[in-house]
Design a protein around this ligand. Structure first.
Ligand code: ZN
Length: 186
């Protein structure tokens, strides 16, 4: 990542909105933002399958679900955060992954400039490609600051997006089981 470029851009942005980038409170801001972007866009340098390589043998093919994975991403249209929960379920085909690995995979894609629909699809596609289950379903619910802090200003409104792959596309009962498991214990 070119931090120097980010610093110059933020300096210009501050000037552009009529601020004085040299005043005490702002003088460190360009460098701070450059460091911050290295973290919040850190997923760009990670391989999509890096957390799904280490798998364990599974005899069963019962649904595995990881729910309420908190994520933070940046909308590519406004560079403003959108954030919420990801829920992932898959039907193993001989292999499962460690519990934290699905959450790590969400992060790889969330820490990039995104739109929610693509983020949802990329998580599902990575699970299909690298874990090779019989099917996967991903549901994301998120609040977009570009919708709630500006524009239509609807605080608390949440956007839902779903991606179904493999057997989830063919068997609607699996989708129903997903929603049943999601809403249980809540
Ligand atoms: Zn936006």
């Amino acid at each position: 990542m070119d931090k120097e470029k980010i610093e110059r851009a933020v300096y210009l942005l501050l000037e552009g909105i009529g601020e004085n980038p040299e005043r005490e409170g702002l003088v460190e801001t360009p460098a701070r933002i450059a460091r911050m972007y290295e973290e919040i866009c850190g997923g760009m340098k990670e391989h999509p399958g890096c957390h799904l390589q280490k798998t364990f043998t599974a005899e069963h093919s019962d649904m595995v679900m990881e729910k309420d994975i908190t994520f933070y991403s940046l909308c590519e249209h406004h560079l403003m955060p959108f954030f919420g929960k990801a829920h992932i379920a898959y039907i193993p085909d001989g292999k499962v992954v460690g519990i934290s690995k699905l959450a790590r995979t969400v992060e790889v894609f969330a820490k990039r400039l995104q739109i929610q629909e693509r983020l949802t699809a990329e998580i599902a596609d990575a699970v299909m490609e690298y874990l090779k289950p019989k099917g996967v379903m991903v549901l994301l619910e998120a609040e977009h600051l570009c919708m709630t802090m500006r524009g239509v200003k609807k605080p608390g409104s949440r956007t839902h997006s779903v991606a179904l792959r493999g057997v989830f596309e063919e068997d609607s009962k699996l989708e129903q089981t997903f929603y049943m498991m999601l809403n249980k214990w809540r």
